[in-house]
Design a protein around this ligand. Structure first.
Ligand code: ZN
Length: 80
């Protein structure tokens, strides 16, 4: 068995939020029944869904999942 050889050269790379495509994506999930708000590109829709869900079901605990996109780029490059 040969050991896998990997070269990690990350010193010249930087990681930053990718603003070229979609912004952050928000989704709320009920902690009681697992029902989901569906994804939205702003938090207001999922937040309103929570309030409606609480009013309809009495469930009051929610988990917000935010997906943010990142992009690695070579240091010194202004754009990828
Ligand atoms: Zn629920």
């Amino acid at each position: 068995m040969t050991a896998a050889k990997s070269v990690w050269r990350f010193a010249d790379w930087t990681l930053s939020v990718d603003t070229s495509g979609s912004g952050p994506i928000y989704a709320q999930e009920c902690m009681t029944c697992g029902d989901e708000s569906g994804a939205a590109d702003e938090s207001e829709g999922p937040d309103v869904w929570c309030l409606r869900h609480a009013g309809r079901t009495g469930h009051t605990g929610f988990r917000c999942v935010v997906t943010t996109f990142f992009r690695a780029s070579l240091a010194g490059e202004s754009r990828w």
